[in-house]
Design a binder for this molecule. Structure first.
Ligand SMILES: [Mn+2]
Length: 196
Protein backbone atom coordinates (compact mmCIF):
# COMPACT_ATOMS: atom_id res chain seq x y z
CA UNK A 1 0.00 0.00 0.00
CA UNK A 2 1.23 3.45 -0.81
CA UNK A 3 2.57 5.61 1.99
CA UNK A 4 -0.14 8.23 1.56
CA UNK A 5 -2.89 5.66 2.03
CA UNK A 6 -1.20 4.40 5.16
CA UNK A 7 -0.99 7.94 6.52
CA UNK A 8 -4.62 8.72 5.73
CA UNK A 9 -5.84 5.50 7.37
CA UNK A 10 -3.70 6.26 10.40
CA UNK A 11 -5.34 9.70 10.67
CA UNK A 12 -8.83 8.17 10.39
CA UNK A 13 -8.09 5.62 13.10
CA UNK A 14 -6.59 8.32 15.34
CA UNK A 15 -9.54 10.71 14.92
CA UNK A 16 -12.06 7.88 15.45
CA UNK A 17 -10.35 6.99 18.72
CA UNK A 18 -10.19 10.62 19.90
CA UNK A 19 -13.82 11.37 19.05
CA UNK A 20 -15.14 7.99 20.20
CA UNK A 21 -17.37 9.34 22.97
CA UNK A 22 -18.73 12.30 21.00
CA UNK A 23 -21.93 12.64 19.01
CA UNK A 24 -23.21 15.22 16.52
CA UNK A 25 -26.11 17.49 17.44
CA UNK A 26 -28.53 16.04 14.87
CA UNK A 27 -31.70 14.26 16.09
CA UNK A 28 -30.06 10.86 15.66
CA UNK A 29 -26.92 11.95 17.53
CA UNK A 30 -24.68 10.47 14.82
CA UNK A 31 -21.15 9.42 15.75
CA UNK A 32 -18.89 12.49 15.62
CA UNK A 33 -16.33 10.82 13.34
CA UNK A 34 -18.88 10.88 10.50
CA UNK A 35 -18.30 14.63 10.29
CA UNK A 36 -14.53 14.66 9.56
CA UNK A 37 -15.08 11.78 7.13
CA UNK A 38 -17.76 13.88 5.40
CA UNK A 39 -15.22 16.68 4.91
CA UNK A 40 -12.73 14.32 3.27
CA UNK A 41 -15.51 12.95 1.03
CA UNK A 42 -16.55 16.43 -0.09
CA UNK A 43 -12.94 17.36 -0.80
CA UNK A 44 -12.21 14.24 -2.88
CA UNK A 45 -15.49 13.54 -4.64
CA UNK A 46 -16.93 17.03 -5.06
CA UNK A 47 -13.91 19.33 -4.83
CA UNK A 48 -11.52 16.91 -6.58
CA UNK A 49 -8.90 17.72 -3.99
CA UNK A 50 -6.49 14.78 -3.74
CA UNK A 51 -3.70 16.27 -1.64
CA UNK A 52 -3.16 13.78 1.18
CA UNK A 53 -1.94 16.52 3.55
CA UNK A 54 -5.24 18.38 3.13
CA UNK A 55 -7.27 15.19 3.53
CA UNK A 56 -5.42 14.23 6.70
CA UNK A 57 -5.92 17.72 8.11
CA UNK A 58 -9.64 17.45 7.26
CA UNK A 59 -9.89 14.15 9.11
CA UNK A 60 -8.06 15.61 12.12
CA UNK A 61 -9.54 19.13 11.95
CA UNK A 62 -11.58 18.97 15.17
CA UNK A 63 -9.21 16.92 17.32
CA UNK A 64 -7.42 19.90 18.90
CA UNK A 65 -10.60 21.87 19.47
CA UNK A 66 -12.87 19.12 20.73
CA UNK A 67 -10.68 16.37 22.20
CA UNK A 68 -7.64 16.09 24.48
CA UNK A 69 -5.24 15.94 21.52
CA UNK A 70 -2.16 18.18 21.65
CA UNK A 71 -0.32 19.82 18.72
CA UNK A 72 2.82 17.88 19.76
CA UNK A 73 0.93 14.62 19.33
CA UNK A 74 -0.26 15.61 15.84
CA UNK A 75 3.18 16.82 14.81
CA UNK A 76 4.87 13.63 16.02
CA UNK A 77 2.37 11.30 14.36
CA UNK A 78 1.44 13.19 11.19
CA UNK A 79 4.15 15.79 10.66
CA UNK A 80 4.46 19.52 11.11
CA UNK A 81 2.46 20.58 8.06
CA UNK A 82 -0.68 18.62 8.99
CA UNK A 83 -0.35 19.85 12.55
CA UNK A 84 -0.08 23.47 11.41
CA UNK A 85 -3.16 23.24 9.19
CA UNK A 86 -5.20 21.77 12.05
CA UNK A 87 -3.93 24.54 14.34
CA UNK A 88 -4.96 27.13 11.76
CA UNK A 89 -8.55 25.90 11.75
CA UNK A 90 -8.74 25.52 15.53
CA UNK A 91 -10.54 28.16 17.59
CA UNK A 92 -8.98 29.42 20.80
CA UNK A 93 -11.35 27.93 23.35
CA UNK A 94 -10.21 30.35 26.03
CA UNK A 95 -12.14 33.05 24.21
CA UNK A 96 -15.89 33.57 24.40
CA UNK A 97 -17.93 31.96 21.65
CA UNK A 98 -18.88 35.31 20.16
CA UNK A 99 -15.25 36.38 19.91
CA UNK A 100 -14.21 33.04 18.41
CA UNK A 101 -16.84 33.41 15.71
CA UNK A 102 -15.68 36.94 14.99
CA UNK A 103 -12.06 35.80 14.70
CA UNK A 104 -12.90 33.10 12.15
CA UNK A 105 -14.08 35.88 9.83
CA UNK A 106 -11.10 38.09 10.62
CA UNK A 107 -8.54 35.30 10.18
CA UNK A 108 -10.02 33.94 6.94
CA UNK A 109 -7.88 36.07 4.61
CA UNK A 110 -4.69 35.06 6.44
CA UNK A 111 -5.13 31.30 6.35
CA UNK A 112 -2.88 29.17 4.15
CA UNK A 113 -4.49 27.71 1.06
CA UNK A 114 -4.62 24.22 2.58
CA UNK A 115 -6.34 25.49 5.71
CA UNK A 116 -8.86 27.34 3.53
CA UNK A 117 -9.74 24.12 1.73
CA UNK A 118 -10.44 22.44 5.06
CA UNK A 119 -12.47 25.45 6.18
CA UNK A 120 -14.53 25.41 3.00
CA UNK A 121 -15.29 21.71 3.36
CA UNK A 122 -16.17 22.19 7.04
CA UNK A 123 -18.67 24.95 6.35
CA UNK A 124 -20.21 23.07 3.40
CA UNK A 125 -20.74 20.01 5.60
CA UNK A 126 -22.05 21.99 8.55
CA UNK A 127 -24.60 23.88 6.46
CA UNK A 128 -25.72 20.68 4.79
CA UNK A 129 -26.21 19.13 8.21
CA UNK A 130 -28.18 22.10 9.55
CA UNK A 131 -30.28 22.21 6.37
CA UNK A 132 -31.14 18.51 6.30
CA UNK A 133 -31.07 17.60 10.00
CA UNK A 134 -31.10 20.71 12.18
CA UNK A 135 -29.76 20.25 15.69
CA UNK A 136 -32.68 19.43 17.98
CA UNK A 137 -32.30 22.52 20.13
CA UNK A 138 -31.78 25.04 17.34
CA UNK A 139 -34.74 27.29 16.56
CA UNK A 140 -35.01 28.71 13.03
CA UNK A 141 -33.48 31.99 14.18
CA UNK A 142 -30.32 30.24 15.33
CA UNK A 143 -30.13 28.25 12.11
CA UNK A 144 -30.37 31.47 10.08
CA UNK A 145 -27.68 33.11 12.18
CA UNK A 146 -25.45 30.09 11.64
CA UNK A 147 -25.96 30.22 7.87
CA UNK A 148 -25.14 33.92 7.76
CA UNK A 149 -22.07 33.62 9.96
CA UNK A 150 -20.76 30.69 7.87
CA UNK A 151 -21.24 32.85 4.76
CA UNK A 152 -19.16 35.68 6.22
CA UNK A 153 -16.38 33.20 7.03
CA UNK A 154 -16.43 31.86 3.46
CA UNK A 155 -16.70 35.35 1.98
CA UNK A 156 -13.48 36.20 3.84
CA UNK A 157 -11.52 33.57 1.92
CA UNK A 158 -13.04 33.62 -1.56
CA UNK A 159 -10.86 33.12 -4.60
CA UNK A 160 -9.41 29.94 -3.10
CA UNK A 161 -11.24 27.13 -4.88
CA UNK A 162 -14.13 28.07 -7.20
CA UNK A 163 -15.65 24.59 -7.19
CA UNK A 164 -15.83 24.34 -3.39
CA UNK A 165 -17.05 27.94 -3.17
CA UNK A 166 -19.86 27.09 -5.61
CA UNK A 167 -20.79 24.08 -3.48
CA UNK A 168 -20.96 26.37 -0.48
CA UNK A 169 -23.15 28.84 -2.37
CA UNK A 170 -25.45 26.00 -3.41
CA UNK A 171 -26.03 24.88 0.16
CA UNK A 172 -26.38 28.48 1.33
CA UNK A 173 -29.44 28.63 -0.95
CA UNK A 174 -31.09 26.34 1.57
CA UNK A 175 -30.91 28.98 4.28
CA UNK A 176 -34.15 28.74 6.27
CA UNK A 177 -36.57 31.63 5.79
CA UNK A 178 -37.03 34.27 8.43
CA UNK A 179 -40.72 34.29 7.53
CA UNK A 180 -41.04 30.78 8.93
CA UNK A 181 -39.39 31.88 12.10
CA UNK A 182 -41.67 34.92 12.29
CA UNK A 183 -44.72 32.74 11.76
CA UNK A 184 -43.76 30.17 14.39
CA UNK A 185 -42.21 32.30 17.03
CA UNK A 186 -43.68 35.74 16.76
CA UNK A 187 -47.25 35.41 15.51
CA UNK A 188 -48.06 38.89 16.85
CA UNK A 189 -45.95 40.62 14.17
CA UNK A 190 -47.89 39.01 11.33
CA UNK A 191 -50.26 41.00 9.17
CA UNK A 192 -50.22 42.59 5.71
CA UNK A 193 -49.02 45.94 7.04
CA UNK A 194 -45.84 44.25 8.24
CA UNK A 195 -45.02 42.58 4.96
CA UNK A 196 -42.20 44.03 2.90
MN1 LIG B 1 -15.89 20.68 11.88
Amino acid sequence: MQFRHTQLLKAIAFAAEKHRHQRRKDPEASPYINHPIDLANVLVHEGRVHDTTVLMAAILHDTLEDTQTTPEELAALFGGEVCNIVMEVTDNKKLKKRKRKELQVKHGPHLTRKARLVKLADKICNLRDVASNPPTRWPIKRQIEYFDWAKSVIDSLRGTHPRLEALFDAVYEQRPHAERWTRHVKPEVRGPHRRH
